[in-house]
Design a protein around this ligand. Structure first.
Ligand SMILES: Cc1cc2nc3c(=O)[nH]c(=O)nc-3n(C[C@H](O)[C@H](O)[C@H](O)COP(=O)(O)O)c2cc1C
Ligand SMILES: Nc1ncnc2c1ncn2[C@@H]1O[C@H](COP(=O)(O)OP(=O)(O)OP(=O)(O)O)[C@@H](O)[C@H]1O
Length: 142
């Protein structure tokens, strides 16, 4: 059984997420998704959708076999439990393939790290969806 792990925040779902998960699933027999904890999303504005609800939506998607919230403190703990053959990175995830692979080796984990390309023919970014809402739904007079 070849397990693949995909990760991300998955705040407001869009076709880019679906593409990333479908391409990740194709690399093995079982796709496990680790959803970032609210408290760990520090590299951009805090998610709009709470972590349990982000998890609920990811778990319901067709390519996803198992989904869980990440560990609040140690990103390698869920990886140790799942023991995947492959970990995929999305096109805009700020991890270097080489450094992540090195850190995995240091923890005794042998997963291969694979970068999945971006999907571009759609409104395929959570932050762009938020921007569009803000631009096209002005605050009504109170
Ligand atoms: C191998 C790997 C394991 C991760 N494990 C966790 C984790 O246990 N807990 C967590 O909150 N985030 C974890 N993350 C981080 C997030 O899922 C996400 O990738 C990161 O916040 C960047 O999110 P974004 O590019 O989707 O916004 C992990 C990321 C990677 C690459
Ligand atoms: N357009 C896309 N094409 C392919 N993969 C994507 C796309 N958008 C996001 N992903 C991947 O999906 C996972 C979760 O992404 P994330 O939740 O950061 O969404 P996002 O739309 O990139 O968010 P934001 O716009 O806030 O940066 C990450 O691995 C990311 O690289």
């Amino acid at each position: 059984m070849k397990r693949v792990v995909a990760t991300g925040t998955f705040d407001i779902l869009h076709p880019g997420h679906l593409y990333y998960l479908e391409e990740s699933r194709k690399l093995g027999d079982e796709l496990h998704v680790i959803v970032a904890r609210d408290g760990n999303v520090r590299h951009k504005p805090k998610p709009i959708v709470p972590e349990e609800q982000r998890l609920q939506m990811i778990a319901a998607l067709k390519p996803v076999d198992h989904a869980r919230l990440g560990d609040p403190h140690d990103m390698f703990l869920p990886i140790e439990e799942i023991d995947p053959a492959i970990i995929t990175l999305g096109f805009n995830q700020h991890f270097s393939e080489e450094k992540l692979a090195e850190a995995l080796r240091a923890r005794g984990l042998n997963a291969e790290v694979v970068r999945i390309p971006g999907y571009r023919n759609a409104l395929a970014s959570s932050s762009q969806i938020v921007d569009r809402i803000l631009k096209t739904r002005p605050i009504p007079d109170r």
